[in-house]
Design a protein around this ligand. Sequence first.
Ligand SMILES: [Ca+2]
Length: 430
Amino acid sequence: MHDSFKYSSLRNVASERKTPTNAHAIRSAAKMTVHTFHCLFFTVCVCEGWGDPHYRTFDGHFYSYQGNCTYVLMEEISPRFNLKIDIESVYCDPVEHVSCPRSIIVSYNNLVITLINHNLIGGADLEAFENNKKIPLPYTRNGVRVVSSGLNLILTIPLRGTNITFGATGFEVSLSYHFFGNNTQGHCGTCNNNQADDCMIPGGILVDDCAVMADYWPASEICTPTAKTTSKPCPVNPDCDLLKSDLFKACHSHQSPENFFLACEYDSCHMSNPAVVCTSLQAYARSCSQLGICIHWRNYTNLCNIECPADKVFNPCGPAEPPTCNTIKVPTEGCFCPEGSLLFNKESGACVNKCGCLDASGTPREFDEVFVYNCEECICDKASKSVNCPNSKKCPDVNPVSCTEPGFVLVNATDPSDPCCSKQVCSKFM
Ligand SMILES: [Ca+2]
């Protein structure tokens, strides 16, 4: 299937050559970590990659990796649901040794679905294959669904809370923490809310640099270790500055643009096709869009405009699966959420008035809602869409009690009016 969208600027500038001139351009991927969450549990594990390519692990650790092989993006440490996701990266720049994701290979039970982008420089040319046979979309089989949004292919496994998006600018893998938490390894790391163990090679050994770790995860073939890129001075593409400008201001307080800017800066200096910087802007805009902040950014760039066909209108935040005449307005009986509420997700079955997080007991929580769970103060964090519980619940100071009756001593006991706190009581000495 050929993508109906066109990156006009990408095609026009593909042959231009830029000479890097800024020594600060290369940053250690290991230093690109921005935030450490203090949550006890995620509802989803999200790993993404864009550009040439820049990875963000399930736990939010950033790194860049220029492999030219097929690697394990995610596999289960202990096989439970038979899900494995590989990524094929190939050198995609005529001049520099930088790579682009060419395909995502999803193995689930007996199915092997490959999502391929045939055109790495310019507009995406996307196709999906089942066991090497091209499949028409939309496609549904054995619990796996694949649809196209035009710009991306979206593979979902609803029963396992799995969503995989792959397109011109990269990939995003979203897994249910319930099914895959603490049980993933590969380029996306272990989803356990701990960035410290994300650069892990097979056998459970940790290394300092995830770009080194990535060499150790060939999917099946033998992969040659990647050559390390060297620092070159270069000018940063001015479109990168948009990330920190007022254009994205509404998103800044929810999601820092810093790592996306560093990635943009890196691509400015390592890709002979300057339009690759668009991928960092798109990745940040997508991240904002998922937080409910829709930003019309493409018209403000020199390189990233998209031309729609004459009968279509561009929408930066449209539905992943556009409704068609075949899928809407077909009434059916069933049990639905009451009017005014909606299903949090298919997995939980919970009806909510506003989207937010589910706590560990499955109770819906609104974004920014503060509550006590398991004697800890928790908040439903909008940026990570997860529940953070950084502190134990604060208890009132215990009033000192003195026991005057003979045979009684002072002991700490659970406060019957608040099981999270203790109080002092007089108890008969045994
Ligand atoms: Ca981790």
